[in-house]
Design a protein around this ligand. Structure first.
Ligand code: NAD
Length: 520
């Protein structure tokens, strides 16, 4: 029997063991078992704070990936026929297990991804909330009924699973984003193959281990690893009916096109450039703190990070105070007490961020705070960049046009809210935006006129809770149906419509059952 209070024992040790390789390996998860890959190609995964190798991630062979799909195909008939209340019970147990193991998962995230422990716990928590919401499947998967549409005739719809679905995830939320995917798919009756980011798959491996402990049958969720070949395999596999992707534009556009061409349903959440608009009537203290947290938290490696501050009118006088606050943030390894932001994911990422900052300077922006040469004692090999602020940024600069994905805040000043709205609506992305104001009418007008999918009013990172959906728009999204919430259920199900005729004259009368019916 499952002990809900038990922790997943030594999960890192269970998932990786020292083998003939120089570093522990990350396994696949196929048909309910952790399996060592037989590949000859491995990707070294480094701790971003030290650049020491933590594990080696396989580029799975074609046969291994096929066996994951085969397991999902084999599991589908019985899983899709498992009652919804049974699936719901598994999700109840699952959310409990995740909660119990939250800090262990967070430690794995900090080790592989670099973010601070408290931020890593938030990563798990936001995914956990999606799992908690799946416990509501008994309401979420309801169809519709129109009785007596004609004489003795009723029409009703059923939401039924698609079959085998697949997910491809980015490095920046190693727990939350896998949890946007396979629990929602599985609770609807689908089976799943997930390819977590090759840069930090550890949290996903822990999460599938817990799903198994919660009672998810073998084959319902499978994990493969790799890069382009794994992505192409998923896009081309005839058995896979739908693909969920979260990551960069380049990969998202490619996967959306290739998957769609193969007749699959595809949802792709991609890059962003999120603007925070600061009105002169805003609460100064709160606004500056929120800007700092949303721009530099997670070292800016959030698709909903506020990357551009648009100061309207006199609010620009607060810019020096913003710089002072940014200076006070503590950059350190994610597991060190008091760290506000950790390292970037890789040396290449650090180089890219620094080059984009330099391009801004070269194109005429003013450097207000330069975090590029930061040294973190004890972690000299880490990929650290400190909070960086550039002002006098223009919309034709490279640093504005490209997603930086680092702790860099661009500062733009305008005279009116109209100018701010026009500037933001001309940007290609539509993931998120925030306005800081104490005037309800200003906020209302902003939310009406801004063409961005997720808007915060005095909320810097307005990622919706899972009773709503993640509704990034324009260049930040491809597909028709968004992640999680009602939209997530729609993505992972299709409608069947039944029109039935039961003639009144055919009614038969049987003996009444008097015992209380028990549904299972
Ligand atoms: P990425 O695109 O490099 O990787 C995402 C996944 O795609 C990985 O599993 C990777 O193996 C695969 N991949 C990478 N390059 C590929 C290619 N050329 N062809 C096919 N597959 C490829 O993204 P990342 O660097 O891991 O994540 C950061 C990006 O993700 C940022 O652009 C960020 O804005 C975006 N993101 C978006 C959201 C959102 O909800 N909109 C959320 C998180 C992250």
């Amino acid at each position: 029997m499952l002990r809900l209070t038990s922790r997943v024992p030594g999960v890192l040790g269970a998932l990786r063991r020292y083998s003939s390789h120089a570093a522990p390996t990350t396994k696949m998860f196929i048909n309910g078992e952790f399996v060592e890959s037989k590949t000859t190609e491995w990707i070294d995964l480094h701790n971003p704070a030290t650049n020491e190798v933590v594990t080696r991630v396989p580029k799975c062979t074609q046969d291994e990936m096929q066996s994951a799909v085969d397991a999902a195909v084999a599991a589908f008939p019985s899983w899709s026929e498992t009652s919804i209340m049974t699936r719901q019970q598994i999700m109840f147990r699952y959310q409990h297990l995740i909660k119990e193991n939250l800090s262990e998962i967070a430690k794995s995230i900090t080790l592989e991804q670099g973010k601070t422990l408290v931020d890593a716990e938030g990563d798990v928590m936001r995914g956990l909330q999606v799992v908690e919401h799946t416990c509501n499947i008994t309401s979420l998967q309801l169809g519709e009924t129109l009785p007596s549409i004609a004489k003795d005739m009723d029409t009703y719809t059923m939401r039924v699973p698609l079959g085998v679905c697949a997910g491809i995830t980015p490095f920046n939320f190693p727990a939350m984003i896998p949890l946007w995917m396979f629990p929602v798919a599985a609770v609807c009756g689908n089976t799943y193959v997930i390819k977590p980011s090759e840069r930090d798959p550890g949290a996903c491996m822990m999460l599938v281990e817990m799903a198994k402990q919660a009672g998810l049958p073998a084959g319902v969720v499978n994990v493969i690893h790799g890069q382009h070949d794994a992505v192409n395999f998923i896009c081309d596999s005839p058995a896979i009916k739908a693909i969920s992707f979260v990551g960069s534009d380049q990969a998202g556009i490619y996967i959306h096109e290739r998957g769609s061409k193969n007749g699959k349903r595809v949802q792709a959440n991609m890059g962003a450039k999120n603007h925070g608009v600061i009105m002169p009537d805003a609460n100064k203290e709160n606004t500056l703190n929120q800007l700092c947290g949303a721009a530099f938290g997670a070292a800016g490696q959030r698709c909903m990070a506020l990357t551009t501050a648009v100061f309207v009118g006199e609010s620009k006088e607060w810019i020096p105070d913003l710089v002072e606050r940014a200076k006070n943030l503590k950059v350190n390894a994610g597991d060190q007490p008091g760290a506000d932001l950790g390292p970037l994911i890789s040396p290449a990422s650090k180089t890219r961020v620094c080059d984009l900052v330099q391009s801004g300077v070269d194109e005429g922006a003013t450097m207000l705070l330069d975090g590029r040469d930061i040294k973190v004692p004890g972690y000299e090999q880490g990929n650290f960049v400190g909070p960086t602020l550039l002002s006098d940024v223009k919309t034709d600069m490279k640093c504005y046009k490209e997603e930086i994905f680092g702790p860099v805040l661009l500062v733009i000043t305008v005279d009116t809210m109209d100018e701010a709205i026009n500037l933001i609506n001309e940007n290609m992305y539509g993931n998120g935006t925030a306005i800081f104001t104490t005037n309800g009418a200003t906020a209302r007008q902003y939310t009406e006129r801004i063409d961005v999918g997720q808007i915060g009013v005095n909320v810097p990172i307005p990622v919706p809770l899972p009773m709503f959906s993640f509704t990034g728009s324009r260049g930040s999204f491809r597909g028709d149906t968004n992640f999680y919430g009602k939209q997530g259920i729609q993505f992972y199900t299709q409608l069947k419509t039944v029109t039935q005729l039961w003639k009144a004259e055919d009614v038969s009368h049987t003996k009444a059952a008097v015992a209380m019916p028990v549904m299972k």
